[in-house]
Write a protein that binds this ligand. Structure first.
Ligand SMILES: *Cc1c(COP(=O)(O)O)cnc(C)c1O
Length: 434
């Protein structure tokens, strides 16, 4: 399968190059030339299959032309050694718990998959120079990518994060690992970090000097595997007779997660409607309402992994629907929540002993509570991270002392090591070329 750039000014490219490059030469995002469909009767058999088996079906359909079947299965089985269970919350609302991986956030799926696929391509190609992964994080991506790539031969990872704007445990997840992982503490916002990464990819001198790629959701190998768990969730709901009239609510920041859901939909997964749940960073909400897209600097919220003012995957959504605002707004609704509302939802759901939500999942849940689900519809929100990843915020809101899972406690034992940098590109470039 060939991939084109959303800017249409770069040549068609195969998967191997797409994964190694990350961003297209014309600054566009890569899109597959066609979206394979998965037959309804195959989808109907998924309810009796494991997550790994389901993911393998989807992966073979997408990547099967470009990578031999056994290697691809190995990547899938190795990546998905944890579950993504669907849990009933109340009435017809369910939570898709995506936080059972190594860093307790959904990004583990894409990060691990990408690390394994990239490593496969590097070996297959016999690349003689190292590949340098640049990743900007608002909190969760850094940990997932660093842990996904830790110790992978031939790959160096640089994690750029905004100083003082990620939670202590998030910070530990990428500053304590050492080996091939370097943490860069940027004096700026997440958008500044993202801008530095983007600037690096288009700097000729830097790209001649070193092989760079991105592990943000602009990379096809990072965002596309996220479609696997939409199929898995559907299968679990199908098994209990709750898959009809499915409304899926996705807490969204850079919109990689919901874009993967839209790919699942285009592959034939029967999802009736999508909700993009936002915090105060609401440019997509405004786009749905007005048809105008006006990126803005991000503002800080309780749901910090969604503090994104210019979501990079917006262009993929436009491209998927031929730039039709009408089609996009017919399939996707937008909701946005201020901190007070996020806190109120978390308290209400916790105090009635329904469920412990994290601030991101709270946006997803509340959007389903507000959208007026009909009795024959099922609402599914993506619980994108374990609440303990945001322990300070969650305890402050709930007046609680929630338990930290053993996996997270391990990270807290390590010693933080990072390199402090400003938000200017020249300083960053100089550091990389040193
Ligand atoms: C990254 C992240 C999001 C946003 O996902 P996108 O794919 O960027 O839209 C939501 N919640 C959590 C916990 C995250 O880490």
């Amino acid at each position: 399968m060939q991939y084109y750039s959303t800017n249409k000014q770069a040549p068609l490219t195969d998967l191997e190059k797409v994964v190694i490059k990350g961003l297209a030469g014309d600054k566009g995002l890569y899109m597959p030339e066609r979206i394979p469909s998965i037959n309804a009767d195959v989808i109907a058999t998924m309810k009796d299959k494991s997550f790994q088996e389901i993911a393998d079906i989807v992966a073979q359909a997408f990547f099967g032309d470009d990578i031999d079947s056994q290697s691809l299965s190995d990547i899938v089985y190795d990546t998905l050694s944890f579950e993504t269970p669907v849990v009933h919350v109340n009435d017809n609302i369910y939570s898709l718990e995506l936080f059972h991986g190594p860093t307790l956030a959904f990004k583990d799926v894409g990060a691990r998959f990408m690390a394994r696929m990239l490593s496969h391509f590097i070996l297959r190609k016999g690349l003689d120079r190292e590949v340098n992964v640049l990743v900007a994080t608002s909190g969760d991506t850094g940990g997932a990518v660093a842990n996904g790539f830790l110790g992978v031969t031939g790959i160096n990872v640089f994690v750029l994060y905004p100083k003082g704007k990620v939670s202590p445990v998030q910070e530990r997840q990428f500053t304590t690992l050492g080996k091939n992982i370097t943490a860069l503490e940027i004096d700026g916002t997440f958008d500044d970090c993202q801008a530095l990464v983007k600037a690096a990819f288009i700097d000729d001198e830097l790209n001649k000097y070193m092989q760079l790629t991105s592990a943000n959701s602009i990379n096809v190998a990072r965002f596309l595997p996220q479609s696997f768990y939409y199929f898995n969730a559907y299968a679990q709901l199908d098994k209990i007779g709750k898959s009809d009239g499915l409304v899926v609510s996705v807490p969204s920041g850079n919109f990689g997660n919901i874009t993967a859901g839209l790919f699942a939909y285009k592959m034939g997964l029967p999802i009736k409607h999508f909700i993009a749940a936002n915090n105060r960073n609401d440019v997509f909400f405004e786009y749905l309402r007005t048809g105008n897209y006006n990126p803005r600097p991000s503002v800080e919220t309780y749901a910090n992994a969604m503090d994104v003012g210019n979501p990079s995957n917006f262009v993929r959504i436009l491209d998927l629907f031929g730039n039709s605002h009408q089609q996009i707004a017919a399939l996707i609704s937008g909701y946005r929540y201020a901190n007070e509302q996020i806190a109120e939802t978390m308290c209400k759901v916790y105090n009635t002993r329904l469920y412990l939500l994290d601030p991101h999942g709270a946006c997803g849940y509340q959007a389903l509570a507000d959208c007026g689900l009909k009795p024959d519809e099922t609402g599914l929100f993506l619980e994108t991270a374990h609440p303990a990843k945001f322990k300070e915020t969650v305890d402050h809101i709930l007046d609680s002392d929630i338990e930290i899972p053993a996996k997270l406690q391990e990270f807290m034992k390590g010693e933080k090591k990072s390199v402090a940098l400003g938000k200017d590109f020249e300083g960053f470039k100089e550091f990389l070329m040193k």
